[in-house]
Write a protein that binds this ligand. Sequence first.
Ligand code: ADE
Length: 263
Amino acid sequence: MTDNSDDQSSSTSQASLRIDVLTTFPELFADREGCVLATSIPARARRAGVAEYHATDIRSFATGKHQKTDDRPFGGGPGMVMLCQPLWDAVQAVEAADPRPATRILLTPQGVPLTQAMVEELAKKPRLLLISGHYEGIDERVIDKLAPLEISIGDYVLSGGEVAALVLIDAIVRLLPGALGHEESAAEDSFSPTAPDSKGRGGGERLLDCPHYTRPREWMGVEVPPVLMSGDHAAVDRWRLEQRRERTAKRRPDLLKKNPTQN
Ligand code: ADE
């Protein structure tokens, strides 16, 4: 890493995915107890050596006495706009720190809405460079020159891209082989494509998850669905798929329109 970087990686060998974050709040990405990337699956991915995280403070590339990273917008209006130069220099320095080619991503409400299919594609890359703006916006000229993928995590506005970057990192690293324990599987998640049936038919539908139950068998007078106690694994699989389709039709009919034809 560069001297300007707040290197938060603890692994020495190369992970299958390197994630760099450019931010004015690098502490949000720290490998410290209570921080998101030091907790649960993102921490396990780091420990397993499948993901490495490096946060770099854009401010350390700011020039001038006050190390300014933003200024008032030309044309007037509220808020501040991130300057071109510190961000441009930060990207050049961070990319030069590792030969793996980086996919540049800008987190912004103006971006394409994030989907599980995009997350799956990003999880196959060797390196991601996430840019989190924390102002009214970023000078459009540096966005044009950097030409990042622009990604939104939803149609609402956050105070900055950092929380969005953490959401994206979490969604990606849980798909890396070795990040989840044996007992967990990302293949069963909501939005993950369903598997073909035992005869190799169908599959590929992106559905919401089915309901889940655990002990006790009866709680407040409500029994667990009997099929789950039947020991018939094929019947359980059929029931779960039906539940997923029903739930998706009721709650997210928009998803069904995007799915391949059901068998
Ligand atoms: N920054 C602010 N709001 C955002 C959003 N909805 N998605 C991604 N980045 C953001």
